[in-house]
Design a protein. Structure first.
Length: 273
């Protein structure tokens, strides 16, 4: 059964060119779907999940308070995704709001502020302690010139493993995991893993008091010729985690389309739809 879905995933990946890595796992049966699961990929913004984990770990240990406000300086601002780069210097934001900005709109300035605070070495140590040495932070986002040209890196298997531990409330604390999932559910870039899934696009489609039939807690990533998405897909009784990574895409739009199609096939397989 698994061989059928893996063949479909491989066929879709091959049709768009580039290199794909996929790791999906049912949170109920443990069934797995893999394609190049241990291949290293440029992490892009998916690495921000690991930074979020470290922020909550240090908060849990009393090394920082999520309510503490950090002041934004003009020199903190970097380009790319996010909104802090266009806001007035001198504003102060709680650490927890910087985490939300880092995940929900992939704010690079917020991410760098958090990395400076928690330390890249501590992020990497925590990933190793959790059993995910393939998740490695090497440098901040959008800094010029790039001090360390080797990119941050991830593997499909390790990202899926980290998401599974978060889903099972096995990272930092149950409270921290619930907070992290809640933040990832607010993701505003929903054009990859969730795009073809039956997620209500408008709350008016739900009856009063009705819960969504499907929710996705996820994080995207994008740099030149690279498109990623990784998340926890909540389907009543059939939840699963999935990571879809790419590199060397000749046509990024085709890669995005392939991610959407792979996501749909995995959903059909695990959710029985």
């Amino acid at each position: 059964m698994t061989s059928g879905i893996q063949a479909k995933v491989a066929e879709i990946a091959a049709s768009s060119g580039g290199v794909f890595g996929v790791a999906a796992r049912s949170l109920h049966t443990g069934e797995e779907v893999f394609l190049n699961p241990d291949e290293p990929f440029n992490a892009a913004s998916v690495i921000k999940i690991a930074i979020m984990v470290e922020v909550f770990r240090q908060a849990e240990e009393g090394l920082l308070r999520l309510e503490t406000r950090l002041r934004l300086a003009e020199t903190d601002k970097v380009g790319g995704s996010g909104v802090l780069q266009v806001l007035s210097p001198g504003i102060e934001l709680p650490i927890i709001d910087l985490v939300r900005l880092m995940i929900v709109v992939s704010d690079n300035t917020a991410s760098n502020l958090l990395m400076d605070m928690v330390g890249a070495d501590r992020v990497n140590q925590t990933m190793r302690d959790l059993g995910f040495p393939g998740i490695v932070v090497r440098r901040k986002f959008m800094t010029v010139p790039v001090a360390r040209p080797v990119p941050n890196s991830i593997t499909p298997r390790d990202v899926t493993g980290l998401l599974e531990k978060i889903a099972r409330e096995q990272v930092v604390s149950a409270w921290a995991c619930r907070q992290m999932v809640g933040i990832m559910k607010q993701q505003q870039y929903n054009d990859l893993i969730p795009a073809l899934l039956p997620v209500p696009g408008d709350e008016d489609e739900l009856l009063a008091g009705e819960m969504p039939r499907l929710e996705v807690a996820h994080k995207t990533g994008s740099v030149s010729r690279v498109r990623h998405d990784a998340g926890i897909v909540y389907v009543p009784g059939r939840d699963y985690v999935v990571t879809i990574l790419t590199k060397e895409l000749p046509r990024p739009r085709d890669g995005e389309d392939a991610i959407r199609r792979i996501s749909l096939e995995i959903y059909r397989h695990f959710a029985g739809a």
